[in-house]
Design a protein around this ligand. Structure first.
Ligand code: ASP
Length: 326
């Protein structure tokens, strides 16, 4: 008997500092409780991952929705994908990218999944599609926090001065060179990955996945990362597995890493082995870093990361488990 329903959530993988751990675990727990309550009432895996991710988008601790990292011109630009592993044998997906006026892009992704013959919309037309289906359009400024303006200023200062960002490639470079910055601020840099995601298996045996992000700090306007691209930062197929990733988007995209991971499950790997293999491959092939949650239709799951920490949680009939996996 598969372990179902089950919901897994992540809230990014990076060097989450000690003073941010509580906010991350609180957010992950809240998302699990919201999504799992739906699953217990018989809702679908798609409903559960959408609800869980919406909670994380509403939580300013994460790089999704309000409080996201800023583009180099000081705006929030959001990407999200929702994917249904196939209730009726036809996989469904809905994605949006570069949206600036939606508080919850994952709800727009749901509208695309449900209401459109297409699977992906970008920019103004994505916003207009969402508005036509009842979502309010807000000012971009409502999504921007002072905290993020300051973080952007730090990143741009370092960029102009030719100073390195911290990396996860072995040595943790320090931020000593950034003068006049409080240590708390320097903890947050371009190596922060606070993208959020969820994967679920419902009582009907269907899997779904959702990923939502503000992308990378100081990104060029119009840049789209892995998170909302099918098979990159998110994927779900009842025949293999559901997956959500976080991390440095460009290498994840080049490797189509989400699909790579679920294909390993399809080929017979256990999800925990496939998750480890995917992150090892990301680093070995392109020096990338990030984290992954992976859930098979039999209820087995895995998570892995090659960053110092990862915010994650799982909820099933045995209860809730939340951690900062180190
Ligand atoms: N993967 C995201 C992106 O590249 C960033 C992240 O996970 O924090 O857009």
């Amino acid at each position: 008997m598969p372990d179902q329903p089950i919901l897994l959530v992540h809230g990014g993988a990076w060097a989450i500092p000690d003073d941010a751990v509580e906010a991350h675990t609180f957010g992950v727990r809240s998302a699990l409780l919201a999504g799992y309550a739906l699953l217990e009432r018989g809702a679908t895996a798609v409903d559960a991952v959408e609800a869980a991710v919406a909670v994380l988008e509403d939580d300013e601790a994460f790089d999704a929705g309000r409080g996201s990292f800023l583009t180099r011109d000081g705006k929030v630009q959001l990407d999200a994908l929702l994917m249904d592993g196939g209730v009726t044998g036809t996989m469904r997906a809905g994605g949006v990218a570069c949206v600036e006026r939606l508080r919850n892009p994952i709800h727009a992704a749901r509208l695309v999944l449900e209401k459109s013959p297409h699977v992906y919309f970008v920019g103004r037309d994505a916003e207009n599609f969402a508005a036509e289906h009842g979502m309010p359009l807000i000012d971009n400024a409502d999504l921007v926090l002072d905290r993020e303006r300051k973080r952007l200023a730090v990143a741009q200062h370092k960029e102009r001065a030719g100073l390195p960002d911290r990396t996860f490639s072995g040595v943790q470079e320090t931020d000593k060179e950034a003068p006049g910055l409080a240590s708390h601020d320097t903890e947050y840099d371009a190596s922060s990955h606070d993208t959020v995601g969820a994967v679920a298996l419902d009582a009907g045996g269907n899997v779904a996945a959702a990923t939502s992000t503000g992308g990378t700090l100081n990104k060029a306007p119009g840049r789209v990362g892995d998170s909302s691209l099918i098979g990159c930062g998110c994927y779900a197929d009842n025949l293999s597995a559901a997956v959500s990733l976080t991390g440095w988007g460009e290498p994840i995209m080049k490797l189509v890493l989400g699909k790579w991971a679920v294909d390993r499950v399809l080929a017979g790997d256990a999800p925990d082995a496939a998750a480890e293999a995917a992150i090892a491959y990301l680093f070995r092939r392109l020096g990338g870093h990030g984290g992954i949650i992976l859930l098979g239709p039999d209820g087995r799951y895995g998570l892995a990361h090659n960053t110092p920490r990862m915010a994650w949680g799982v909820c099933n009939q045995r209860g809730v488990q939340v951690g900062i996996k180190a």
